[in-house]
Structure formats: C-alpha cells, structure tokens
Design a protein around this ligand. Sequence first.
Ligand code: GTP
Ligand code: MG
Length: 324
Amino acid sequence: MPSRKKDESSYEEFRLEDIEGVGRITAEKLRRNGYVTLKDIAYASAHELAQIIGSEDRARTIILYAQKLIGGGRVFITAKEYYEQRQRISLISTGCRSLDELLEGGIETRAITELIGEFGAGKTQICHQLAIMVQLPKDMGGLEAKAVYVDTEGTFRPERVVQIARYRGLDPDIALENIIYARAFNTDHQMLLIGEVKKLIEKENIRLLIVDSLVTHFRSEYPGRENLALRQQKLNKHISQLMRLASIYDVAVVVTNQVVASPDIIFGNPLKPVGGNIMAHGCTYRIWIKKGREGKRIARIIDSPKHAEKEAAFMITEEGVIDL
Ligand code: GTP
Ligand code: MG
C-alpha cells in the first residue's frame, strides 16, 4: 500500500523553523518531543509546549503564528468552508448494516468513537472487525488502508482476524499484515505509543487507530477518590492526544470503555461509563452496547451532536459482528 501524505495543502511546505521565534535548536527540541508538523504546534496547548520550550508566553506566540500559517493568515473560516471540510470526512463501514445505519454510514475519520459496555458486550469484537473492514476497497465500505491496534488488556486475537477476514473475502495473511499491533503495559506506555503511531502514519497508510481499552490502566494505576483528579487530568491529556491525531492525519480513532455501577444515582441507569465528563466531552461519538437475549446485542448512540437517539440490533457469531 502506498504511504500517505497528510493534507496536501500548501502549508505543508512550511517547517517548524518557519514559525517566527522558532530557531533550529527549538525546532529540534520540539521534534524530539513529537511536535513534527505545523499542525502539531497549531493544535498544541500553550501549557504543554511550555514544558518543552520554557515559557508559556512564548508558547502562545508560537502557537498563534502556526495557526496563522495554516489558515493562510486567517483564524476564522465561514460555515460554508467548514461544511466543505466536513464533506472530506471518510467513513469506515462496521460490516453490519444496522450499525452503519445507526452511525449514518459508519465510523468517521477525524473523530473519536467510543464503544461503551459491560464485559462481553462485544466491544473488542467490533474492534477486530473494524481493523479488517478498513482494509476493504471503498465500494465495500473500507478505505483500503491499515489499522493500528493498541491492546491494553491482552484480548486481541489474530485467530479471530483470520476468521473474520475469510468471511469478508480477504486473504487472512494480508489482513494480518495490515494490522499493526502493540500491547500497552501502563498509562505512560499507552501515551507513548500514540506518539509512535504518529510516526507510523507518516510512513504507512493508516486510517484507523484502535485503543482497547482506553481506561483499564488509568483505573488500576489511579484507584480511589484520592487519585481521581490526577487520573482525570492524565486521561484528558491522552484523549486530546488522540483527538489531535485523528484530526491532523484524517484517521478514525475507536476506543473502548467500561461501565461501572455508580453509588450516587437515585434515578435512571445505575451504570455509568468510566471517565466521567472528560470522556463524555472528549469523545465525538459514544455508542453504548448492551447484551440482549440469545446472543443479541443492542447498540445505542448517546450524547451525539448529529445522530438521532435510536437503537440498532446485531449479533456476534463465528463470522464476526453481523446483522440479526
Ligand atoms: P470486556 O473487554 O470484557 O469488557 O468485553 P467486550 O465488550 O470487549 O466483549 P468481547 O468483544 O470480548 O465479546 C465477547 C463475546 O463475543 C463473547 O461473550 C461471545 O459471546 C462473543 N464471541 C467472541 N468470539 C466469538 C466467536 O468466535 N463466536 C461466537 N459465536 N461468539 C463469539
Ligand atoms: Mg474487550
């Protein structure tokens, strides 16, 4: 598969050194810390950059300058331009018609889609299937591209990829070659891996990044109320890292999340997704999957800016995630 350039717009000609106030040494320092392109700088937070270059004021100036270079000197765009930008978003079919309908076509690039559900709901199964679907030709719902699978729980199964790939008419060997896998051992490692993914995307045609599960290490490393603030802060950083990657490189990010019983809910559903507001605001689309009777699964989109509140039913079988 050919390697893919980022957006082919003219600002790609610029280098970090073209930013006013960034000399060779600063540029090197930024690159070493994973800020490689103009967009990396433009979408960074001043606080974050300040940790590398020292001063927050200087960071703000640099960020603003990078933003101007990208926008051709402009900060605002019209709604029409934004509309045109959104037309360029690509979709990956889930391979299941009812889920695709629920998602109005499939999983979006430039967005984070969160799969929520209790154990055995089918989150990991959907992730496996998406890693295969993204490889399919465009007329079959794919993007003819590769996937990166970051596994935090050790539940990725290549054997399952072989099974699903066969059913989808793909050569299992090729399907396996096109999934780039890493096991994340703790939160720091997980965040470091995302930095590495950026470098991979520059070389390989990657359009899907899966993090299954996003929250496991955060929960176990920062247990209890006393660690909550710290955990949320770090989780926030991780999610912005993912969001930035999704929008800069036009990649679909899919993450999974668990649910826990919440002691302080009096009305309504006692189960809540982990990660509170940080997850709720950080992820673009949230899909809650519930187990039904006889292997049936029900998916529902929650808090979406564009989808209607509706449900879709599907099943998990030998063949993967399929319609009833
Ligand atoms: P946790 O990671 O534990 O939170 O759960 P999850 O939501 O990731 O669940 P997962 O995707 O691992 O779903 C597991 C379920 O998928 C199992 O309980 C099975 O019902 C189903 N499943 C997985 N593989 C197969 C298979 O080869 N055949 C069939 N029929 N079902 C399968
Ligand atoms: Mg799982």
